[in-house]
Write a protein that binds this ligand. Sequence first.
Ligand code: ADP
Ligand code: MG
Length: 400
Amino acid sequence: MQQSALSTVTLTELDQLANRASTVISRLRDRLYAPGSEKQLDLRFNVRRAAEMVGRSDKLIRDAEADGRLPMPDKDAETGRRTGYSLAEVNRMREVFGTLPHRAPDESALVLAIQNFKGGVGKSTMVCHFAQHLALKGYRVCVIDCDSQASTTSMFGLNPDVDVDEDEDTLYPFFRHGGPPTLHYALHATYWPGIALIPANLGLYDAEYEFAARMARDQTFVLDRLREGLASIRDQFDVIIMDPPPALGMLSLSVLRAADALIIPAPPNNIDFGSTAHFLKMMGATLNELARHGGTRDYAFVKILATKMNDQKSAHQAIKRMMDAVFPLDMLKAVLKDSAEIDNAAANLSTVYETTGPATRTETHKRCRAYLDAVCTEIEDLIRMTWPSHHPQLRKEGKL
Ligand SMILES: Nc1ncnc2c1ncn2[C@@H]1O[C@H](COP(=O)(O)OP(=O)(O)O)[C@@H](O)[C@H]1O
Ligand SMILES: [Mg+2]
């Protein structure tokens, strides 16, 4: 009797807790997705920074503006001061000066999966920051959210519950019987110049069951379908980044099958590293199994990235050293440190690369950007290695 009374109270409390939690979430959502408050990119670059990004001097930019090859820069209507350049304007300069970093037309877009079957290891964080790093450099990027939890979709300004229709916008219809012939229908432009998104929502979770049922009848259809879909859109992009679900299901298998290269984020603590070791084992077995059903998959690279690393914790350092010893050739050199900047940005469904204003002048922000830049540049260079047209430049930079 007493026990049931106790459990009744607990259940009620849980209910209240859940209600309060969803009130907080819906307030946050209302604020972030208020009508007329569509997410936009507020980044502006002064001429010196633009010159750095374009790879030409500010004098050459001024000359091009003076002789009409580039439009005159925007000025504030009241103060008459220059307001700086948007990313789209920087890309226009790159076009005029021939410094866009696109792959050569006969080279292939690289399909990268940021994969680990564990949640919370920093997959979506890396997907969003890496996509934006590439966009800042002028690459053409496609982000595919394959996770029904849709955190990447939210980061790119879409409310998965409201703005995304599982039957029209996500990967889901593509896997259905008689689905669309290509993935073009699912490509959504984002407020980031150069980034297209295939969004996700909770509907993708149900899809797993359907795929599993279909798998029993038609294994190769399900496993190869994503790869075929990517083949239909890859000519438009330099890099396609996939954010797979944190579980070994049909979607994750299709992602492993479709990827050209893998980044495996792994925080250097016991529990997460244990699960990463398990993931690697399962991945090995899974890839062998996949190979039995049609062709082996060779990856351009498979690298482990230490994420959420805390230098203050001796256990993190010890496990990182062990990771370096066990996988000497497979670890990215750069690590993604644990940073309040990343967490704070995420709380506003935003990234460190989108942060503007005084917050960007603090030392913590600059340090965090430096870690992120190091990680992203290392992965970018691995991708550039796959494009012979980039080799001369990589040699010049002493990277090849
Ligand atoms: N380097 C980091 N420093 C601080 N917080 C991080 C870092 N990487 C990820 N996080 C936070 O951890 C949580 C889980 O990260 P997320 O990228 O969503 O993981 P996953 O996609 O693997 O489930 C998020 O709240 C994110 O903001
Ligand atoms: Mg995620």
